[in-house]
Design a protein around this ligand. Structure first.
Ligand code: GLC
Length: 421
């Protein structure tokens, strides 16, 4: 164990502690001052490497914000912060759940990390896991009821996928005329270089979709009547499939019935086939309004192994990424005309997605590829720091710094001190 490595682990722990706001962790101070859903689940995975009790608190707080419908919102606004837009007032969902929140969800990685945290010490985690289990079931059921198109899980807002401005949404976003969106002031671009953030054209549509949901009081049945944006997403489909497998394992550990969960797994296994582009064999997002495959290979396309799905075509893509990109896996394939090395989800590499890809590869027995991705990611973080995301060609850090989920995946997966990752 080298001295540098030890200090990287220490830095990562200090970032988690520094971003801890008591029961929940902010992604990074300033830019993201609230609790984000999948960020929080990653934080729990990171905390579990040195403070199990704190890890369980993180997951418990996340589910404390669950709506009666089962939805677990993508942001919980625990306290007002004028430096952030769009805040609770814009979402207009203040009374929909126990905590003022946004009105859409985010990729459900929580069950997978709850299982990982539990495995660290089953005796210690038993009570917390038992309390979380029915809430996780209710959340997954909400996805199956409201975001499921024959097993392909779709999003109703780009923010729901957690890949805000991915080219995957371009066709569906272009079909929206954000009429009447009005004047607003973005806050993200006062924290970070605008060249690393979504464009105004994208932002107008994000806000327009939020205003529409708010007008319909975030009633899923009402919103389903007329969906201006409906894109089947590999992030959601693969992550929910994996989460259902892990939730069934949790059911076994707790002596609960897993029949309903196994039914969902079957539906999603069949649904993943719809995301497979017949022309290329790669997994793409599909605009369900036009039926078009986007043709894009994103980092989410590589989550097939994480979901337990084998794919020779994606393995070929992965090897190509290793050969052609200095710091894979790019969020959008380099060389594509919409690739943009520094703009958020249109090119940059995200350590958290690499962690999920690596976790999946290792689980399916692709140890050489898993180790290679892990070593490349570790090198990237060690050299360029705990950034929000990285330029895949140069490694340059981008977006916010001292980022919770980058620190978390360092501790739980990338660090050379992690055994058996
Ligand atoms: C951005 C990311 C999203 C993340 C959030 C907080 O919106 O696209 O995935 O959850 O920031 O880090």
């Amino acid at each position: 164990m080298s001295k540098d490595t030890i200090s990287m682990d220490e830095q990562a722990r200090a970032i988690l502690r520094g971003n801890d706001r008591g029961g929940y962790t902010v992604p990074t101070a300033g830019l993201y001052p609230y609790q984000w859903n999948w960020d929080s689940a990653f934080a729990a995975w990171g905390f579990a490497q040195f403070d199990l009790e704190r890890a369980w608190d993180e997951l418990t707080t996340l589910f404390d914000g669950q709506w009666p419908s089962g939805m677990v919102p993508h942001i919980q606004f625990h306290q007002p912060d004028p430096g952030y837009f769009p805040g609770a007032d814009v979402w207009g969902a203040e009374t929909k759940g126990p905590v003022p929140s946004s009105g859409v969800s985010q990729p459900p990685v929580a069950a997978t990390f709850a299982l990982a945290v539990y495995r660290k010490n089953p005796d210690q985690g038993q009570a917390a896991l038992k309390a979380l289990f029915p809430k996780m079931v209710k959340w997954h059921r909400w996805f199956m009821d409201w975001r499921n198109d024959n097993g392909a899980i779709f999003i109703t807002h780009p923010w729901e996928a957690g890949r805000d401005n991915a080219p995957d949404w371009d066709e569906a976003m272009a079909a929206i005329d954000p009429v009447g969106v009005g004047e607003y002031t973005r806050r993200d671009t006062s924290h970070v270089d605008p060249a690393m953030r979504p464009t105004k054209a994208d932002y107008d549509r994000y806000i327009w979709l939020v205003q529409r949901g708010s007008r319909l009081d975030w009633d899923e049945a009402a919103m389903a009547q007329d969906m201006p944006f409906k894109v089947a997403d590999p992030t959601m489909t693969f992550i929910l499939l994996r989460a259902n497998r892990d939730l069934a394992t949790i059911a076994d550990a707790l002596g609960e019935d897993r029949t309903e969960i196994d039914g969902w797994t079957k539906v999603l296994e069949a649904g993943t086939a719809r995301l497979r582009n017949p022309e290329t064999g790669s997994y793409n997002a599909v605009n369900l309004i036009t039926g078009n495959h986007t043709g894009n290979v994103s980092n989410a396309s590589f989550l097939c192994w994480y979901a337990g799905i084998e794919s020779a075509d994606m393995m070929r893509e992965l090897h190509e990424a290793f050969e052609t990109c200095s710091y894979p896996v790019a969020s959008h394939k380099p060389g594509d005309e919409t690739f943009d090395a520094k703009r958020y989800w249109r090119g940059p590499t995200w350590a958290i997605v690499n962690a999920l890809i690596g976790y999946g590869l290792a689980g399916m027995g692709h140890h050489a590829e898993a180790q290679k991705l892990r070593a490349l990611t570790a090198g990237l973080i060690a050299k360029y720091g705990f950034a929000e995301y990285f330029d895949p060609t140069s490694g340059d850090p981008a977006g916010g710094g001292t980022f919770t989920w980058t620190a978390a995946v360092w501790l739980a997966w990338a660090s050379p001190n992690v055994e058996g990752a």
